[in-house]
Design a protein. Structure first.
Lengths: 228, 206
């Protein structure tokens, strides 16, 4: 029997436990996929050619679907521990950093699964014209990861609040709006023949910078919120 | 190795209502102690403060190992706790719960070792069943095992015998006796059957 220490090992354990719980219950995945697929199919039937809409509207619609699907599932990652009275078991065994990083990893993977299911369906149903595929994949990857960071940060802050539903909405607005707007702009650039990487490089910088700021800031706040 | 827990004028206020005031006490390993008092007297709150789950409004709780003060991470490693409001993951099996909490605590135990531990609390046959299907006594035994899996020097028990039959009470008595040989056990209770688990440390009023 051996013993190791460190937040990375703790985060790995939390991530593995959350994945196992999700596979067993499918609560978050069910909420996310149901919302996303329903929205995409509805949009697909309403907006598909020949009635089609402009590329920038399609880009905005794609990210609105992803964002609201994420809010439906990812926001409960901390709340569920409080509701099932397992939060104290977690507090006793895992450092706040380990908990936050483990939950962030889980939400990020859930977000990638959501995008892997939603985006291809969206592109097919709405006949969205991707011109720069490399840029599209990078923006989708960074945008979804940034949204996962934003949603996890807000979910952590509101986990112990009594009016957490309303608070989540209020706090999500300023936190999630910057990466959402930038991801929409970057996706639009990937769909325009005369735009491409040059038009979206600033968006990529903003998305990476956003993550570099939001994660450490959330960690600092979370330690105080989670402990008491 | 000597372990010591020192409470220095600990107080807790919830919404302007003082629950604990100026509690001072000190315990040193090995041994078992009890925190006694009626319902609502603040026993669970005090135990949660000792465990580090609550921050006291006044005063502080110190953990000392050979006279040296521990930080939050070291204290977390030193404590195991069982309480009615600390639940296990009900959709997960006994083995999965134990595996997660062992790994989170940094214990690299293989499944055969974990199954051996489950055997010690008579849960080997139910290792692959979800905790949601367990009886109260089985859940309590699993909680005790998860609290002790990292071999903590400090064991905190809040009403450990609630809803247990005589066999369950005997099992807890055995755990307390074993832990008290080398570490610290603090039991919060108002159950007359549990008052002899250790020396009275603190008596709280209503």
């Amino acid at each position: 029997m051996s013993r190791s220490s460190g937040w990375a090992r703790e985060a790995q354990a939390v991530f593995a436990k959350d994945c196992l719980l999700e596979l067993r219950t499918r609560v978050a995945l069910g909420a996310v996929v149901l919302f996303a697929v329903t929205s995409v199919v509805a949009a697909g039937f309403a907006l598909a050619p020949p009635s089609g809409v402009a590329g920038d509207v399609k880009a905005a619609l794609l990210w609105v679907v992803i964002f609201f699907a994420a809010v439906a599932g990812l926001s409960r990652v901390f709340v569920v521990e409080e509701e099932t009275r397992t939060a104290d078991a977690l507090r006793l065994a895992v450092s706040p950093v380990g908990v936050f990083v483990g939950k962030l990893a889980f939400n990020t993977v859930l977000m990638w699964v959501l995008c892997a299911l939603t985006v291809p369906l969206y592109l097919v149903l709405l006949e969205a014209p991707v011109v720069h595929w490399g840029l599209f994949v990078v923006v989708t990857f960074l945008g979804s990861t940034a949204l996962a960071c934003a949603t996890t940060a807000v979910a952590a802050i509101v986990a112990k609040a009594s009016m957490r539903g309303a608070l989540f909405g209020v706090l999500s607005f300023p936190v999630a709006l910057p990466p959402l707007l930038v991801a929409i702009h970057g996706t639009k650039a990937a769909w325009m023949a005369n735009a491409g990487w040059r038009a979206a490089i600033g968006d990529i910088h903003v998305l990476v910078g956003f993550m570099l700021v939001i994660v450490p800031a959330s960690l600092l706040v979370f330690e105080h919120i989670w402990s008491d | 190795m000597t372990w010591q827990i020192e409470l220095r004028r600990v107080g807790k206020v919830f919404n302007d209502r003082p629950v604990l005031r100026g509690i001072s006490a000190s315990v040193c390993s090995p041994g078992a102690w009890t925190i006694l008092g009626p319902n609502g007297s603040g026993k669970s709150t005090l135990l949660r403060i000792i465990a580090g789950l609550l921050t006291p409004t006044d005063g502080e709780v110190l953990y000392l190992r050979n006279g040296e003060r521990l930080n939050a991470q070291q204290r977390r490693q030193a404590v195991g706790m069982v309480a009615p409001d600390i639940a296990l993951y009900r959709p997960l099996t006994a083995l999965e719960n134990l595996r997660f909490l062992a790994r989170a605590r940094g214990m690299h135990l293989r499944d055969p070792q974990l199954l051996e531990l489950l055997e010690q609390v008579q849960l080997r046959q139910r290792a692959h069943d979800p905790v949601a299907t367990f009886s109260t006594g089985m859940v309590q035994r699993l909680k005790l095992l998860t609290a002790l899996v990292h071999r903590p020097p400090v064991l905190l028990l809040d009403e450990p015998g609630s809803n247990l039959d005589e066999a369950g009470m005997e099992f807890i008595r055995l755990i307390v006796r074993e832990q008290a040989k080398h570490g610290i056990v603090i039991v919060a209770t108002n159950d007359t059957r549990e008052m002899d688990y250790g020396e009275p440390l603190i008596r709280l009023g209503a």
